[in-house]
Design a protein around this ligand. Structure first.
Ligand code: FPP
Length: 230
C-alpha cells in the first residue's frame, strides 16, 4: 500500500485529438471519449485517498481552436454537469470552477454556479474544473485586484497573491500529471505549481486508467520533495 499519497493532484488531460485522429474520427470524438473517462478517474483518485483533484479542461488559449471543436467542448461541459452532478453530490464531492467565468456563456455560468452551490458542503474530495483558465490571465487578475485595493507595495507577499487566485480555497498541487507525451506546463497553475512534482506519461487521455494512476502515485511516493532546501 502506498503511504505517501499526494493531497492534491492536478491533471493536464492531453491527447484527445490524437486519440481521435488515430481512429479517423473527428477531434470532438476524442474529447467525448476523454469526458466519458472522467467518472472512473475521479473515483479512482478518491479511492486512493487524494483529497483535491484539478482537471485542466479548457484553457484561455483553446478559444483559437476551430469553432466546431470549441462548441463541442462547451457542450461536453454542460452535458457532464447535467448528467454527473447528482452522482458527484451523492459521493460527497465538492465542485469548484477555476477560471474566467465572464468569458463563458450565461448557460454555462449558471450550470457552474448551480454545481458549486449544491456541492459546497461536501468533504470527501474537491474536484476543481479549470475551464476558460489561464495561469497568466489569473495573475493579471490578481495584480488588478491588488491595485484596486490600494495595497501598499511593502505589504505584498505570497499570501496576498495566493488569497486572490481562483484557487484561493484549495491547497497548491503536490503532483501535476500530463498525459500524451508533451513535456510542458501550458499556462496551467503557474503560481500554484512552483514546488509541485511533475509526472509525464505517453498515454493519451482517453486511455488513461486506474493502472496508470497507480503508476503515477507510485512514482510520486518515491520523490523526495525539497522545497528549495538541501
Ligand atoms: C487536450 O487534448 C484536451 C483538451 C483541450 C480538452 C480536455 C477536455 C475534456 C477531457 C473534456 C471536457 C471536460 C469536462 C470537465 C467535461 P488535445 O485536443 O490537445 O489533444 P491533441 O494534443 O492530441 O490534439
Amino acid at each position: 500500500m502506498n503511504s505517501n499519497i499526494p493531497n492534491h493532484v492536478a491533471i493536464i488531460m492531453d491527447g484527445n485529438g490524437r486519440w481521435a485522429s488515430m481512429r479517423d474520427l473527428e477531434r470532438s470524438e476524442g474529447h467525448k471519449k476523454g469526458t466519458e473517462n472522467l467518472p472512473k478517474i475521479v473515483e479512482s483518485f478518491k479511492e486512493s485517498g487524494v483529497r483535491y483533484l484539478t482537471l485542466y479542461a479548457f484553457s484561455t488559449e483553446n478559444w483559437t481552436r476551430p469553432q466546431r471543436e470549441v462548441s463541442a467542448l462547451m457542450n461536453l461541459l454542460l452535458e457532464s454537469i447535467g448528467s454527473q452532478l447528482e452522482h458527484l453530490h451523492k459521493n460527497n464531492i465538492k465542485i469548484i470552477h477555476l477560471g474566467d467565468k465572464v468569458g463563458l456563456s450565461v448557460k454555462i455560468q449558471k450550470a457552474i454556479a448551480k454545481a458549486e452551490k449544491i456541492t459546497k458542503n461536501n468533504t470527501d474530495l474537491t474536484l476543481s474544473i479549470a475551464f476558460n483558465y489561464g495561469g497568466r490571465n489569473e495573475l493579471i487578475g490578481v495584480i488588478k485586484q491588488i491595485i484596486k485595493e490600494n495595497i501598499e507595495p511593502d505589504n505584498i507577499n505570497e499570501q496576498v497573491i495566493s488569497e486572490r487566485l481562483y484557487s484561493k480555497s484549495i491547497p497548491d498541487p503536490d503532483l501535476v500529471i500530463r498525459t500524451a507525451g508533451e513535456i510542458r506546463t501550458s499556462n496551467f497553475l503557474i503560481w500554484q505549481s512552483a514546488y509541485s512534482e511533475y509526472y509525464f506519461t505517453d498515454v493519451l487521455w482517453p486511455d488513461f486508467n486506474k493502472e496508470h494512476i497507480a503508476e503515477a502515485l507510485e512514482e510520486y511516493s518515491k520523490r523526495r520533495r525539497k522545497y528549495g532546501s538541501s
